[in-house]
Design a protein around this ligand. Sequence first.
Ligand code: 3EB
Length: 346
Amino acid sequence: MSSPTSLGVEYRSRAQLPPRWDLWWDSVLGLAHFGSRPIARSPEQIPVSELTIAPLAAADGVCEVWRADGPKTSGRIGAVQYRASEQLLYGCISVPESIVVSGGPDYEHSPLELATIRAYTDIFAALDALEYPQLVRIWNYVSSINEYAVDGERYWQFNKARQESFLSRKLPIVDTVPAGSALGTPTGNPLIIYFLASRAAMQAIENPRQVSAYHYPSQYGPKSPTFSRAALLREPAGDTLLVSGTASIVGHESVHTDDVAAQTRETIANIKVLITEANRLSRDPRHAADMLAYKVYVRNPQHLPTIAAELRAAVGGRATVTYLHADVCRRELLVEIEAASSTAAL
Ligand code: 3EB
């Protein structure tokens, strides 16, 4: 049996969501829905991110549900909708790239950079006001992420503005940075971000097989990405492991270009190294590949059977796996996988 955790994730189809009045919702911190038609069932105090990213191998939308024990409060600060337990804060924000800047036009920043700065400014303001200083895990959904803009890929613009936002808040941009994911959404979508933050410190984890993303050389963009490879939350009820979006990168280079099976195996090897690191750093070293819930971003839907076969062979039948169709932030990467402790025991 898996140990009880006070935070974890589960994936449900929209049809599997209980009705609004069900007590199940008391345990929910927040929810992200991946599908074309917004969900209607959630109570209004639950923060919901709606992402127009198609689930694969499921006709209906997929809901990613973050649950935690204990009483909760909800509300809105700036454009951040949040819900919090005593120790944990979940929040989400959606910012269109057409935001108007007060004080006239800004020639320094692109629309995506302005949206990114606005989103992170509001997020950091919410963390301050609610007193959950540690950003633990953050998901960034950027429209047309691989498209070339005036000064490089749009992902590069996002990275520049994200790093600038951390620096202007005097937050570190190396070592203790949140675990992250950055994925593409269709053209014209707003920037959508959701996150988990905590009152207590977290343990950031790096991958010994990879250069830390915050030390990537400039060939991947003038400003390095601000994320760690995984975050470990140590709580009285047990650890929660949050593994960042992970891809077929060794050192700082993408490997196995054009071989989706080999990219999947390399990605899994990276995740298994992170699990080993988590156990080395934990007081409760029980993290295992078959106890996590996986979320897999697939660039080309025709690669789904190959990716699914490799992943199932590597993590066993007990792990839950959700597949989504999305662009990954380097053009040559065909698959990206994130993972987290699941709420099977809650
Ligand atoms: C990588 O390892 C693949 O910019 O927040 C993975 C996870 C990736 C998070 C981010 C990017 C991000 O570099 C891309």
